[in-house]
Structures are given as structure tokens and as C-alpha cells.
Design a binder for this molecule. Structure first.
Ligand code: ADP
Length: 420
């Protein structure tokens, strides 16, 4: 009996000791909560450890998922073409993406927890940051800004959370340049139209107020017709340009035979030369030469555009070459399979510094010469556009006083040697 009791007591003691040991292991594990070290045991402590392990794993999974979401979110903001800077309540940088760093000239790691005002000292920015609730964005000079190569960055500030701020930045250099070009364009068009309009209304007034002989009237009317013609030419070129900008790239189902293009441009050139010369005679040596191997070649694209491109070059060659000079137009095939049409003249030539700007709208080397001969300043802009739309290019070379050479180069995909 005594032995039985002692045995039971001993067994109870043993069980308590084992239980305490298990409890100790579970407690010790819970202190660091490392899932890989979870104790594996039976009994209540085992059940408890297993539950704790499940809860810990769920929490770990949810933390992992949140971290992944945050990473995805940040890498999405990183790839944004716009800049993002997050500021805390003291206007210190908490985080910024690479774009903002480049645009504003800050360092995405080194400058964290720096006050943005200490890093960006542009007075326009300082004044903007001092505003309580800015509604508009502000435009600053970005990193690397130079007068000859401007960099303009728009910054928009938003408040969020408790006193935190978000700066959104955007490179608006191109937008501003496009806007400036649009303004210049409108100013140029207005100026170009106003000049002949002023002359025209002056003549109308003269005819209305003065007693003119029939001869004088005829003279004034012919001058008026010239001005009206000029305005018409300008409007036509403007419409051509806007058509070129607004219509889809020419398809591959229209063709223009080279021979037809050459013939019509030759006629035009001779007509123009005759109208500029004395006594209605063709006053230039005009040669249109076709490589016999290309006699049946056809250009693939929009006929009207292609016609207008070559016609502009030929008309320039005639207008900028004094009477008696040569205008030579030839067609050839390049080693890469391209087709080129070259318009060469022995006219005034163009100084090298003007060459890169010739295809800008309304850019003229000699304004009065261009006007006198009926130029609009849009011809080469049209040519460049047409060539771009056909996957081709325009090459210009010239020597002052010697003459010029304008070459249209079409890729192999834009012409065929002969009709199928
Ligand atoms: P424009 O209507 O004034 O001729 P373009 O755009 O056709 O306008 O040409 C731009 C400028 O390029 C002209 O004003 C002229 O100064 C110059 N230019 C074009 N073609 C020639 C040429 N063949 N020879 C000399 N200068 C030329």
C-alpha cells in the first residue's frame, strides 16, 4: 500500500516535471517565435505549440504579402515617367523615385531625411513650398538646365496623412517647346498673311480714292493679283501641312509612276522658269534625266504628297537660280536598294550655318528673295514631312555661290522597278 502510494506520488511528480519541462520549452520557443524551431511534442503543450505555430505562420505570410505589395507598389512608382517624392511633416524626404531624383537633382538614398528646402534652393520652389494650400503646379529649371538646352520640370504639391506631403514632378520641356512653337507658328502665319493683306487694302484704297488712268488701274490690279496669289499659296501650303499632320501614314496600295512624276515636274519647272524670265521664254537650262533601267519604276505612296515634294524642290531650284543657270533632276538607285531623286542647281547656294534649319516652317535664308519669287517658307517643311511619312529622308548639300543639291531618298520598300 505504502509502495503503491509512493509509486503514484513519484509518477505524479515525474509527470509534473515533464509537463513543466514541456511548458518551459514552449515558453522558450515563444520568446523568439522562430517557426523553424517550433517544438514538436504531444499533449496540451503540443496542441498549444501547434496553434501558436499556425498563428505565427499566418502572421508571417500576411507580413510577407504586405511587404511584396509594398515592393510592387514602389517598383510601379519607380517605372513611372513622372517623379514622386514623399515628405514627412517636417518636409524631410521619406522616399523618392529615380525619376524625381534625376529631375530635381536629389539622391534617392543619401538625401533621405534631408529637408527638401535645404536641397532645392530655387526661390520659385521655396515660395511654392511656403504656400498653405497650392492649387496649381509650379515650373522649375531641372537638373542640367542650360539656356541652349533647357530642362523644365513641373512640380505639383499635395498634402496627405498627418502633415505629410507628396510632390509629383513631370518633365514639361517638350510640352513647353511645343507650346512655344505653336505660338511662333500662329505669329508667323498672322504676319505672313498681314503683309499681303496690307498691300492689297492699300491698293484698293488707292483705286477707290484716286482718279487713275486705265493703264495705271491695270498696273495696280496686276499688283493686287500678285498679292492675292501669295495669300492663296500660303493658305494652300498651310492646308497641305495640316493634312500631312492629321492623316495616317500612306498605305502601300497606291503607286505613282516615276515617268509621270518627272514629266509633270519638268513641265512645271519650265512654266515657272518662263514666268520668271523675260518675254515668257524658259530662262534656265532644265534637264530631267531618267536612268533607263528605272524607266518603269513606280513610287509606292500617296501620289499627291510625292508630287508636291518633288515639285517644291524643283520650284526652289528654279526660283533660287538666276536666269541662264542649270537645274538638273535625276533618278538613281542606291546600293542598298533605295531610290533617290536628286535636284541640283547652279544657283545662289546656301551657307552651311543655314542648312540644319532649312526645313523649319517659315525659315528663310533670304526673306525678300523668297517673297519676290512667290515663296511661302513652308516648302521644305512639307518635303520633310512627306519623306518622313514615306519612310524616306531629305538630304541637303550646298555651297554658297556654287549651287545646291536636294536629294529625296526612298527606302527599297517604297518603290518597285516595274509593274508586276
Ligand atoms: P520658300 O518658300 O521660302 O522657298 P522653302 O521652305 O521652300 O521656302 O525653303 C526655305 C529656304 O531655303 C528658302 O527661303 C531659301 O532661302 C532656301 N532654299 C531652298 N531651296 C533653295 C535652293 N535651291 N537654292 C538656294 N536656297 C534655297
Amino acid at each position: 500500500m505504502v509502495y503503491t502510494l509512493a509509486g503514484a506520488l513519484l509518477a505524479g511528480l515525474m509527470w509534473m516535471l515533464i509537463d513543466a519541462w514541456r511548458g518551459y520549452r514552449v515558453r522558450a520557443w515563444l520568446r523568439h517565435g522562430d517557426l523553424a524551431m517550433a517544438p514538436n511534442m504531444s499533449g496540451w503543450w503540443g496542441v498549444l505549440a501547434e496553434r501558436a505555430r499556425k498563428l505565427l505562420r499566418e502572421r508571417e505570410r500576411s507580413i510577407d504579402a504586405s511587404e511584396q505589395r509594398l515592393k510592387d507598389f514602389l517598383s510601379a512608382i519607380q517605372t513611372s515617367p513622372n517623379g514622386v517624392v514623399m515628405l514627412d511633416a517636417q518636409a524631410q524626404i521619406e522616399w523618392c523615385n529615380q525619376t524625381a531624383a534625376i529631375q530635381l537633382g536629389i539622391h534617392p538614398e543619401r538625401d533621405v531625411m534631408q529637408r527638401i528646402g535645404n536641397l532645392m534652393r530655387d526661390p520659385v520652389f521655396t515660395a511654392y513650398m511656403a504656400l498653405e494650400q497650392p492649387t496649381e503646379s509650379v515650373v522649375l529649371e531641372g537638373r542640367g538646365h542650360r539656356v541652349e538646352r533647357p530642362v523644365r520640370i513641373s512640380v505639383q504639391r499635395h498634402r496627405y496623412g498627418e502633415g505629410k506631403q507628396l510632390l509629383l514632378t513631370r518633365d514639361v520641356t517638350m510640352v513647353e517647346q511645343a507650346e512655344a512653337m505653336r505660338r511662333d507658328f500662329v505669329a508667323n502665319v498672322s504676319h505672313e498673311i498681314r503683309t499681303p493683306l496690307t498691300v492689297l487694302s492699300g491698293f484698293v484704297e488707292t483705286i477707290q480714292t484716286l482718279r487713275l488712268t486705265q493703264e495705271e488701274q491695270k498696273h495696280y490690279l496686276s499688283l493686287m493679283a500678285t498679292q492675292a496669289h501669295r495669300m492663296q499659296g500660303l493658305v494652300e501650303d498651310l492646308l497641305t501641312l495640316s493634312r500631312l499632320e492629321g492623316s495616317p501614314v500612306p498605305g502601300m496600295n497606291q503607286v505613282l509612276p516615276m515617268s509621270r512624276l518627272m514629266q509633270s515636274c519638268e513641265q512645271e519647272a519650265k512654266g515657272l522658269s518662263a514666268s520668271l524670265g523675260q518675254g515668257g521664254e524658259v530662262s534656265h537650262h532644265i534637264h530631267f534625266v531618267m536612268n533607263p533601267l528605272l524607266a518603269e519604276a513606280e513610287l509606292i505612296g500617296e501620289s499627291r504628297e510625292l508630287q508636291s515634294a518633288l515639285s517644291n524642290l524643283v520650284s526652289n531650284a528654279v526660283r533660287y537660280t538666276p536666269a541662264g543657270g542649270d537645274v538638273h533632276v535625276s533618278v538613281d538607285q542606291g546600293v542598298d536598294g533605295s531610290l533617290s531623286i536628286e535636284v541640283r542647281d547652279t544657283g545662289a547656294g546656301i551657307a552651311a550655318e543655314h542648312l540644319p534649319r532649312l526645313t523649319e516652317r517659315f525659315y528663310r535664308v533670304d526673306r525678300s528673295r523668297s517673297r519676290e519669287s512667290g515663296g511661302t517658307g513652308l516648302g521644305l517643311a512639307i518635303v520633310k514631312h512627306v519623306m518622313q511619312r514615306h519612310g524616306g529622308s531629305l538630304h541637303i548639300s550646298s555651297q554658297l555661290g556654287q549651287g545646291s543639291c536636294f536629294k529625296l531618298v526612298f527606302p527599297a520598300s517604297r518603290w518597285v522597278r516595274m509593274r508586276a
